[in-house]
Ligand binder design. Structure first.
Ligand code: SF4
Length: 252
């Protein structure tokens, strides 16, 4: 997308500033697509046949072009806000960032969230074929395909958001930030929403499986412990107001 078009689009009043910062990236199911700049950009790009085909050389050229335009915009923004981009990448900064990444990765919550990724993977691997047969036979009204989709959608998302929240908290604690709202609480909140929905999806599956029921209970119990641990580590997360979703009382 050309810079002028991007600027024009970004200036439209219908967009909620930062609505995409604490969403679950599930645009197909989002009630705020018409208010989301990210979504509109992706829609405009996908209506371009060249951008549709990621194997097409033109797509990659287009991407480089967009990157160049974005860098120009970034420079303009940095200048406006008095930020010197040249000084941001010192060796010390990079080492610092790496240390924070390591701390976040090794945190108990991050390791637990990663474990959940494995639990889901193992469960699906062991029982998927049989399970799909059971589901096909049992389907009535409730779409169990969608229930599975919910679990798969959030399987990695939970881990990514928990790690982001932990990473933010490590940084806040180290740097003594005590302003609210905190980005780490926003990340923890969307992780908690994903955990809640995954628990609900597992509970729905529980009614349809006989084989593998223990695995379902284990996954729910694990998620429930993770939920409690995240709530304890981020006591303000549940009350964090996400732009658009919470301010408009939408369940997104
Ligand atoms: S706010 Fe909605 S439309 Fe925008 S990126 Fe997030 S899920 Fe997609």
């Amino acid at each position: 997308m050309k810079r002028d078009r991007l600027k024009k689009l970004a200036a439209e009043k219908r967009f909620i500033s930062g609505v995409y910062n604490y969403c679950d990236r599930w645009c197909e199911r989002c009630p705020l697509t018409s208010r989301c700049l990210n979504f509109s950009i992706s829609q405009e790009d996908s209506s371009d046949p060249e951008a549709e085909d990621i194997r097409n050389k033109a797509f990659w050229n287009k991407l480089s072009e967009t990157l160049a335009e974005s860098l120009e915009l970034l420079k303009e923004g940095a200048k406006k806000w008095g930020i010197d981009l040249e000084t941001l990448d010192s060796t010390e900064d990079i080492e610092n960032l790496k240390a924070k990444d390591r701390a976040a990765e090794n945190h108990l919550l991050s390791r637990a969230a990663k474990r959940y990724v494995e639990i889901v993977e193992d469960w699906f691997k062991e029982r998927e074929t049989l399970f799909f047969e059971t589901v096909a036979a049992a389907r009535e009204g409730v779409s169990l395909d969608e229930t599975l989709e919910v679990i798969r959608w959030y399987q990695l998302f939970i881990c990514a958001k928990v790690m982001r929240a932990v990473r933010g908290k490590v940084e806040d604690d180290e740097e003594g930030h005590d302003e609210f709202p905190r980005d780490s609480d926003g990340s923890a909140k969307i992780a908690l929403i994903a955990i809640d929905r995954s628990i609900a999806a597992w509970a729905a599956i529980r009614h349809y499986v006989t084989d593998g029921a223990e695995g379902v209970i284990d996954a729910v119990a694990f998620l429930d412990s993770l939920r409690q641990a995240v709530e304890k580590a981020f006591p303000k997360a549940r009350s964090f107001m996400r732009p658009g979703f919470d301010s408009m009382d939408l369940n997104g």
